[in-house]
Write a protein that binds this ligand. Structure first.
Ligand SMILES: NC(=O)C1=CN([C@@H]2O[C@H](COP(=O)(O)OP(=O)(O)OC[C@H]3O[C@@H](n4cnc5c(N)ncnc54)[C@H](OP(=O)(O)O)[C@@H]3O)[C@@H](O)[C@H]2O)C=CC1
Ligand SMILES: O=C1OC[C@@H](O)[C@H](O)[C@H]1O
Length: 386
């Protein structure tokens, strides 16, 4: 009963988070594109953050941007993406454009002197991601690839249990992120090769990132695989667009990792726990985490010692006493840390470092090399010398 009440309380607060008065000097964010993900990933989380104002939006069609602004209480509507970047009032740019446009518009935002919260995957290629981080360093600006799930205390607790060696050494890890069939129409950006589509680019970025994080020997870092052992895809609409990819990797310390991503699983599989999970096989038993992606809604971490009793843990607030509420989404935790970084405050232990992003992009490309679908096309945009 208590857990049902907790679920209802969290879900209603996620849907309608409380608003707080804004501080003087709050960061002004501008959003590129009237993106579907904007409200969940930034606009709603910002309501409860005193140092964040969602100030401006621009879309290719101004009427669409105006509609988005009216709906979400955004003050300023710009005529174009570039106009938004040229607005001196804006401190931070949120880039939720299609993957194939991440490189160009993040580079332009950094060149305009903005900090950037960049949707995953960072770019189409590792080389592009490296160029963005080099530019961010030159410009002295914060750049974060928004792997939001890493900021939630639940995934950190899973990692802590692994590192405690309670069940001994890790032998293998499987991560899965699958979306029900009807979620995306055939015209979705995810099925568009020129825009950087494909399951491995999208949901597969998380499953790879989670493998790299859970296989690493320390709480704060991710480790790169040694090799893609096998990879196979089911394509859809376009011979280069994977709607499902399964890849296995060897990792240091004799760990084998399997990452499964899919845009089209059946509802029954989705609703019965076969869609979003991380499963860690250790010498002395198994640890399963259901819903590592959006744990605020609901999750469970089941620790199953061989021949022993199963223990279930659920973690909604940081165990180290850092700020957090049980209804904070992964995006809200991420925003807290991002703002602290931009403001030059102590931002705590969690961050997606440059090398983490570069590793993810490199190994996404290696999976596409193994399946022979090939990397997504690099941007034509050339970063001017600064
Ligand atoms: N962190 C997370 O949980 C999630 C992250 N994402 C990531 O966010 C990004 C956007 O995803 P999502 O919001 O679902 O996508 P949308 O389909 O809503 O597209 C985002 C925006 O892209 C703009 N756009 C610019 N050029 C094009 C073009 N040629 N074709 C189509 N759209 C274009 C549109 O802007 P305009 O309004 O100007 O027309 C649109 O609003 C992706 O990188 C995705 O991986 C997505 C979902 C969840
Ligand atoms: O969180 C997510 O879930 C659904 C995906 O397609 C999306 O792009 C991703 O970021």
């Amino acid at each position: 009963m208590a857990s049902i009440l907790g679920f209802v309380r969290r879900v209603s607060k996620i849907a309608s988070p409380p608003s707080v008065p804004k501080n003087e000097g709050a960061l002004k964010f501008g959003i590129l594109g009237a993106a579907a993900i904007g409200p969940e990933a930034l606009i709603k989380p910002a309501r409860s953050h005193a140092d964040v104002v969602i100030y401006a939006v621009a879309a290719r069609d101004k009427a669409r941007a105006q509609e988005y602004a009216d709906k979400h209480g955004i003050t300023k509507v710009h005529d174009s993406y570039q106009d938004l970047l040229d607005d001196p009032e804006i401190d931070v740019v949120y880039n939720p454009l299609p993957n194939g446009l991440h490189f160009e518009w993040t580079a332009k935002a950094l060149l305009a002197g903005k900090h950037v919260l960049l949707e995953k995957p960072a770019t189409d290629t590792a080389e592009e991601a490296r160029a963005l981080f080099e530019l961010a360093e030159k410009q002295g600006r914060v750049l974060l690839e928004a792997f939001h799930y890493r900021f939630h205390p639940a995934i950190r607790r899973l990692k802590e249990i692994i590192l405690s060696q309670e069940l001994g050494n890790v032998k293998s890890i499987t991560t899965s992120l699958a979306i029900p069939k009807q979620a995306f129409g055939d015209d979705d950006i995810r099925y568009n090769h020129a825009l950087g589509g494909g399951a491995q680019m999208d949901v597969g970025g998380y499953t790879l990132n989670a493998l790299r994080y859970l296989a690493s020997p320390s709480q704060e870092t991710a480790v790169n695989p040694l090799e893609v052992l096998s990879a196979s895809s089911i394509t859809y609409l376009d011979p280069k667009i994977d709607r499902r990819t399964t890849a296995t990797f060897s990792f240091p310390n004799d760990i084998v990792g399997t990452a499964i991503c899919d845009f089209q699983i059946g509802w029954l599989d989705f609703l019965t726990g076969n869609a979003i999970y991380a499963s860690v096989e250790c010498e002395g038993g198994k640890i399963d985490m259901a819903n590592f992606l959006l744990p605020t809604i609901w999750h469970s971490i089941n620790v199953k010692p061989k021949g022993g009793k199963v223990r279930t843990e659920k973690v909604y607030t940081p165990l180290d006493g850092a700020p957090g509420e049980e209804w904070w989404t992964t995006y809200r935790y991420q925003l807290e840390t991002f703002v602290n970084r931009v403001k030059g405050r102590d931002s705590g232990p969690v961050w997606i470092e440059k090398e983490d992003t570069l590793g993810n992009m490199e190994w996404i490309e290696r999976v596409y090399a193994k399946t022979e679908l090939g990397s997504r096309p690099a941007s034509q945009f050339k970063v001017p010398t600064v």
